[in-house]
Structure formats: structure tokens, C-alpha cells
Design a protein around this ligand. Structure first.
Ligand code: SAM
Ligand code: SF4
Ligand code: SF4
Length: 437
């Protein structure tokens, strides 16, 4: 946890001096205007303190504003009442540089889709009225045109996020993605150290967190909980949260054939862990998911019934790396995205046979948001409001920690479009998959 601590302290103090320097400059200007009204040294001192105080308040207000900008209620609000889709997860490639044991969403035998094809599909997704796009895979960063794709999505007006294992992320690539307009990057981190099940660990990612210090891209961390990762899941959560990064760890899901590829872990321990996250969420900690989804996962563990209507294929949908329209990451169709109409989408507004035990949390999340916006948003707003007193306290003690600042942001409501292509129904549900649109 102390990794990079002294370097950070040095940078923080350098940053602090920069603020003092800037305030001194500003104070010179203000003092010039006030000259003759107060004794010079006194005037100068007061103006320096005043300017620094003003800067502090502005930064604090900015932080508070960012806390509440997450859902972009006005933009998303339209999609809560009309018939158009809110978000799409686009597989920009099936290829991946890793081989997580629980994952069924990569295939290195397939070539990357071409930039032209991807652009054509992206245009079509936008024409359908989709507001947010999550670039997923496979591993999106292995696609040679990923920066161009981000730029294109932004030019078309999408709120754009990217989900990555982070292994190929460099400072230069992050800057290029930022310049292209990427708003949210979700890095998947399952453990503190790599294992045979998953190599996605903080050992690789911790040194890269520093890249986000001055970046406009909002960083989120997401981890998968299974028997292998559970002993380190709390540490993953702590590591992210202690750095001010919105962090989430969530239960592993089954594959499209309803099989769990890895041991899920002991139920009681999982339940205790989820309970502790619900409590922390209520206290206002930056657990990067809604209380509704945490409670949903607890119900999954307990085998309790949850009343909801799956909006996958309607308010959110997936497009495969072959351009096929997928209802979600687990329910695929053979229909090409270029042939999909708004009526097709609306036809998927119905309860699904695979709902029981569904682990596609982004679909559950979007569905609950559309179904019960006041309830879901109300709790989130209360949770975020609880962070404000601690922001005030921090603003009085430290200048700003840029890493924290960057991580707080969630500028375009991409909270719900994290690209996580999470799972399907559990092995014993006996549901029909591969439905046609
Ligand atoms: C399929 S990956 C694609 C993006 C990128 N390769 C990555 O790992 O972040 C998207 C997300 O799905 C998660 N995921 C994959 N298989 C899963 C499973 N069986 N259960 C839960 N999450 C899973 C990954 O951990 C990752 O956060
Ligand atoms: S979870 Fe991501 S990194 Fe792991 S194998 Fe799947 S696509 Fe690759
Ligand atoms: S697996 Fe889940 S998200 Fe996908 S269609 Fe079924 S219920 Fe909806």
C-alpha cells in the first residue's frame, strides 16, 4: 500500500508549491489594484491567503460537482422515457493477451475486425440513438486502431469508456487515448499478486496508477471474486479505495453453457463480504456499483427471488467482433447489427427466460435504473452526499491529491456502461440461450 508513497509525497509537495507560486502571482495583480488602501506587506499577505483559499474552495466545489455528475441525469433521463437504447458494449476484438481461467470472452483464433467495419458498426449503433459506448473485448488495447476508434466514437457524440486488463497500458498510450477523448477507463484487477487463475493483479497495475495523476480520464477498478481471488479481494478493494479510485469487486458468473469455470468460493464468506460492501456503500465509500447491485448479488448467493425486467437487447445491447447483435454477453443472436431496427430492440423489452441467476451485472444495473430510477438514483445520491464532509476535511488538510481528484470523476454517466461483459445464468437454471432477436 505504501508503494510509491515517498514519490507521491514529493510530487504533492511540489504541487503545493506550484499552487503557492500561482497564488503569489495572482496576489501581485490583486495587490496592484488595492495599492494605497492598506500597508503593502499586510495587503500582500492577506491577498496571498485569500487567493489560496479561493483556489481551494473552487477545487472543492469542482470535486463535489464531479461526485454528482456521474449519472448525467439529463442525458440519461431521455433514455428512461423514450424507446431508444442507452448503451452498447462493442467487442473491438476477440483477441487477448491473457487467459483468465473464468473467462469465455476471448478467442485468439479470430483476426481483429477491420477499422472500416468497426466504424460502420459504430455509426449504426449511434443511428439507433445509443448514447454510451463501452469498448470491450477480448482485450481492446491489442487492437492496432484503438485510439482511432475512441476518437471516432467521440466525434459521433458517444460517452465513451474502455475496459482493459491494463497490461499494455503505457503513459504514452494513455495520453493518446485522452487526446482522442476517452472519458472512462475501467481496469480489471482481481488480486494483489498473479495466480494460475488470473494474472490481473495490482503487482502489474500499481505502478501504472501514476499515469492517471494528471489525466482527464476517470479510472475505475473492477475485480472478479472467486475462490482463488477471495483471500485477496478485500485487499484489492482497500488498495483502490485508499487511493480514491472508485472500486468494485463482484461475483464470478457462469459461462453461456451455465458452467462455472472456476470454484466460486464459500457462500457464507462471500455473503459476509458483500454485506460489508453494502455497509461501506451506505457510509458513502466509493464502492463503484449501486447498492441495488450489491443487494442483487447477495440475493443471488441466498437464492432469493428478485423482481426485475431484463432490458438487455433493448436499453443496452452488445455487438460482437463479427458485427453480430448480441442481447448481452451471454445471449447471442446471428442477426447483424446493420440489420437491427428500433422495433427489433423494443421487441426485447420483456422478461427473459434466463433472468433467474443472471450475472450480467451491467444489464441488471441498467435494467434497475430504467425500471426504478428514483429508487436507484436516490440511494446513490445519498451515498455520494455522505462523501462531502470528508472532502471538506481533506481540503483543509491537504492541497489536492491529483490521483484522488482524477479518480473521483465520472464525467459522463458511464458508471453503468462499464463494459463489463459479465455473465449469465447459473448452471442449474436450465434456461434457453442463443435466442434470436
Ligand atoms: C471480458 S473482459 C474484456 C476486457 C478486458 N480484457 C478485461 O479483462 O478487462 C471484461 C470484464 O469481464 C470480466 N469477466 C470476464 N469473465 C468473467 C466472469 N466469468 N465472471 C465475472 N467477470 C468476468 C473481466 O474481469 C473484465 O472485468
Ligand atoms: S477477462 Fe479480459 S483479460 Fe482475461 S481472458 Fe478475458 S478478455 Fe482476456
Ligand atoms: S443473461 Fe441476464 S442480461 Fe442476458 S438476457 Fe438473460 S437475463 Fe438478460
Amino acid at each position: 500500500m505504501g508503494v510509491g508513497g515517498s514519490a507521491r509525497a514529493r510530487r504533492r509537495s511540489t504541487h503545493g508549491w506550484r499552487v503557492v507560486g500561482r497564488s503569489l502571482k495572482l496576489s501581485k495583480k490583486v495587490a496592484g489594484v488595492m495599492k494605497g488602501y492598506l500597508p503593502a506587506p499586510l495587503l500582500r499577505g492577506q491577498v496571498v491567503v485569500g487567493c489560496m483559499f479561493f483556489r481551494h474552495r473552487m477545487k472543492l466545489l469542482d470535486k463535489i460537482g464531479r461526485e454528482f455528475s456521474g449519472y448525467n441525469i439529463f442525458e440519461s433521463g431521455k433514455r428512461l422515457v423514450d424507446r431508444k437504447p442507452l448503451q452498447c458494449s462493442l467487442y473491438v476484438t476477440d483477441r487477448c493477451n491473457l487467459d483468465c481461467a473464468y473467462c469465455t470472452e476471448y478467442d485468439n483464433s479470430r483476426p481483429h475486425p477491420s477499422l472500416d467495419d468497426l466504424k460502420k458498426w459504430i455509426r449504426k449503433i449511434r443511428e439507433l440513438g445509443t448514447m454510451r459506448i463501452a469498448l470491450v473485448g477480448g482485450e481492446p488495447l491489442v487492437h492496432p486502431n484503438i485510439v482511432e476508434l475512441v476518437r471516432y466514437c467521440r466525434e459521433l457524440g458517444f460517452a465513451t469508456s474502455l475496459t482493459t486488463n491494463g497490461f499494455l497500458l503505457t503513459r504514452k498510450l494513455l495520453t493518446e487515448l485522452e487526446d482522442a477523448g476517452l472519458q472512462v477507463m475501467q481496469i480489471s484487477v482481481d488480486r494483489m499478486t498473479p495466480s494460475a487463475i488470473t494474472k490481473k493483479s495490482f503487482k502489474t497495475i500499481l505502478p501504472k496508477l501514476d499515469y492517471f495523476r494528471d489525466s482527464k480520464i476517470s479510472l475505475h477498478i473492477t475485480g472478479v471474486i472467486c475462490a482463488d481471488t477471495l483471500p485477496e479481494s478485500r485487499a484489492v478493494l482497500e488498495t483502490g479505495l485508499s487511493r480514491g479510485i472508485p472500486t468494485e469487486v463482484r461475483l464470478v458468473h457462469a459461462d453461456p453453457l451455465h458452467r462455472f469455470r472456476v470454484d466460486r468460493g464459500p457462500r457464507e464468506e462471500l455473503e459476509r463480504f458483500i454485506d460489508s460492501m453494502i455497509e461501506r456503500k451506505r457510509r458513502g465509500e466509493k464502492i463503484h456499483t449501486s447498492e441495488a447491485i450489491l443487494s442483487y448479488q447477495r440475493s443471488l448467493l441466498r437464492g432469493e427471488h428478485v423482481e426485475w425486467t431484463c432490458m438487455a437487447g433493448y436499453k443496452l445491447f452488445f455487438v460482437s467482433a463479427q458485427g453480430k447483435f448480441w442481447i448481452c454477453s451471454m445471449v447471442h443472436t446471428d442477426k447483424h447489427i446493420m440489420d437491427v431496427t428500433l422495433d427489433d430492440l423494443y421487441g426485447n423489452y420483456r422478461k427473459k427466460s434466463c433472468q433467474k441467476g443472471c450475472g450480467v451485472y451491467c444489464a441488471v444495473s441498467a435494467s434497475l435504473l430504467v425500471e426504478k430510477p428514483a429508487q436507484v438514483l436516490g440511494k446513490e445520491i445519498v451515498a455520494r452526499a455522505k462523501r462531502i464532509p470528508s472532502m471538506f476535511r481533506r481540503s483543509l488538510t491537504a492541497d489536492t491529491d491529483k490521483a484522488t481528484h482524477g479518480a473521483i470523476a465520472n464525467p459522463d454517466g458511464t458508471h453503468e456502461m462499464n463494459g463489463s461483459t459479465e455473465g449469465g445464468p447459473s448452471a442449474d437454471e436450465g434456461v434457453t440461450l442463443r435466442e434470436n432477436a
